[in-house]
Design a protein around this ligand. Structure first.
Ligand code: HXC
Length: 510
């Protein structure tokens, strides 16, 4: 028996060494942790239960029958994050560059099946060179099996991808179908085809970082939802994110003990809005002062910063926050902001996370660049997402709510549940200046007349009361009581139920 146990331990030791000490050292020298070290940080101490540690590839081509490394380039299993179950797979770059073989794919799909069956989140840690070149079509088939399961699980369990090294070729599409992608700055990159292929096909010369580093995907392409400075920070931030998310689409949002009173008022909010309506202010201040203990997990902070999206808590329960940011492009809705917010709204709706919307929006961004870029379709995404969402929706208009953007930003008309406005709100088809220029074009040369017309328009529409008289606004609230009023609204809406007509699925403008 002793020998059998020794044999087991020796096999485990071999598996834990992955591609060997030389490759582990190389991994460390690049500032990266190994697949197993990453899992240790991600999960609660000692909670990891590994599957398929001894699994090996079946390839015999290109000398592969001589090279067998137990585990086959991916570590899979489950554990807990602050006591809650998560499934995790972690690509091992020290084993054939973390490349995906048929058996490597089988390990991932087994885990995906378990996560879906047991309704718990799955996190993938990526650091890999794509399809195992020696395996050819078997590797392609393996990717397809993974992709299909990503789609099956979408909207049922949260799926998160963390890119911690190369992620190229087939490896990019599984993350792309998960709910969130995060990256590690300077050590990770994602692209469908690498710099060499790009050079051959388009004659462009780019580095891996310029083509698909975190700096690109968090600012230009919006592929990544955030980036972190190193492996440890990234993994700890994943733990923080998991704490905000429900286990699955049938589970309630997590409830975390808080010492922040739900009826806390904040007098400083009464002076948040500047006297000059064209002067910006930082909407994030309102967000941070509304959520429990100022704890806000921002999604896509560096992309389309004219809209803020992220998770917070009220009374210890997760909420999704969407807010126009007057500090960036005056908080206007453009194609990027619309896409960003629409995807976030849909995530919240999938997982029954109530949505709180703060509105200060001067409208949609005019111009050929926007129109040619499909603003109508992208704006419609946000309109569609808010309209179809059946989760509790609480809206607070702080200042401008102009034109179509008023309707889009979770208005009463698209099934906003509780809609509040601050006394500083201006709800109108457009701003006074634009309106007067259209209505009184013939008087434009008469400065005095125009000033009077502008004042008349402002007196009539630059307030929340016209909308409140019609019931489009449920109440005009004092800024300092925003947290209290939002908390009460959310408590009221906990039992919300909505019937939707049967459909296979809707047809959101993509
Ligand atoms: C098999 C691979 C591999 C792969 C890397 N390795 N990629 N083995 N299949 N795809 C092995 C290397 O042979 C090497 O083995 C070890 O992993 C480390 O690789 P290096 O090249 O030494 O590392 P580095 O210099 O850091 O470069 C990393 C890399 C590069 C940029 C990822 O390895 C690379 O370009 N790999 C190929 C990427 C690629 O084209 N993949 C196929 C994409 S097509 P040793 O023994 O020396 O340690 C694809 C199609 C699927 O994925 C589509 C499905 C939809």
């Amino acid at each position: 028996m002793k020998e059998i146990l020794a044999e087991l331990e020796s096999r485990r030791e071999t598996a834990r060494l992955g591609g060997g000490q030389r490759r582990i050292d190389a991994q460390h020298s690049k500032g990266k942790l190994t697949a197993r070290e990453r899992i240790e940080i991600l999960l609660d101490e000692g909670s990891f239960e590994e599957f398929d540690m001894f699994k090996q590839h079946r390839c015999t081509d290109f000398g592969m029958d001589e090279q067998h490394i137990p585990g086959d380039g991916v570590v899979t299993g489950w554990g807990t994050v602050n006591g809650r179950t998560v499934y995790v797979f972690s690509k091992d770059f020290t084993v054939f560059g973390g490349s995906l073989s048929e058996t490597h794919a089988e390990k991932i799909t087994k885990l995906q099946d378990m996560a879906l069956r047991n309704r718990a989140p799955i996190i993938g840690l990526f650091d890999a060179g794509g399809a195992r070149i020696q395996e050819g079509v078997a590797a392609l088939g393996g990717y397809g099996e993974v992709f299909a399961r990503n789609v099956q699980a979408s909207g049922v369990i949260p799926q998160i991808s963390l890119i911690m090294g190369p992620c190229a070729g087939g490896d990019v599409y599984s993350p792309a179908m998960t709910d969130f992608i995060f990256m590690v700055r300077d050590t990770s990159y994602m692209f469908v085809t690498g710099p060499d292929v790009v050079k051959t096909v388009t004659n462009e010369t780019v580095t891996a970082e310029q083509l698909g580093g975190a700096s690109i995907h968090t600012t230009k392409s919006s592929i990544a939802d955030g980036a972190f400075d190193n492996d440890v920070e990234a993994l700890l931030e994943m733990r923080r994110l998991i704490d905000f998310l429900p286990m699955n689409n049938m589970a309630d949002v997590p409830e975390i003990e808080t010492h922040d009173e739900a009826d806390r008022i904040d007098m400083s909010l009464d002076s948040l809005i500047p006297d000059n309506p064209n002067k910006p202010y930082d909407m994030k201040e309102l967000v941070l002062k509304t959520v429990d203990e100022g704890d806000f997990y921002e999604i896509q902070p560096s992309f389309a910063a004219n809209i803020i999206t992220g998770f917070g808590r009220i009374e210890g329960r997760t909420v999704g926050i969407i807010a126009n940011q007057p500090m960036v492009l005056a908080g206007v809705l453009d194609s990027d902001a619309s896409r960003k917010a629409a995807r976030f709204v849909r995530f919240c709706d999938c997982f029954s996370i109530p949505i709180v919307t703060f509105v200060d929006v001067p409208g949609f961004l005019p111009g050929t660049a926007q129109e040619y870029g499909g603003l109508i379709k992208h704006g419609a995404k946000l309109l569609f997402a808010y309209s179809e969402a059946t989760v509790p929706k609480v809206t607070v208009i702080t200042r401008k709510a102009y034109g179509g953007a008023y309707d889009v930003m979770s208005s009463k008309h698209i099934r906003g549940d509780i809609n509040y406005a601050w006394p500083t709100a201006e709800i109108a088809v457009m701003g006074a200046k634009g309106a007067v220029e259209i209505l009184y074009r013939s008087e434009l040369s008469d400065k005095e007349k125009i000033a009077k017309r502008t004042k008349d328009y402002e007196d009539r529409f630059a307030n929340p009361f016209v909308a409140a008289e019609r019931g489009y606004i449920d109440d005009v609230i004092r800024p300092h009581s925003t947290r209290r009023r939002v908390s009460k609204a959310l408590a009221l809406l906990r039992s919300k139920q909505v019937e939707t007509p049967w459909k296979k699925h809707d047809n959101i403008p993509l």
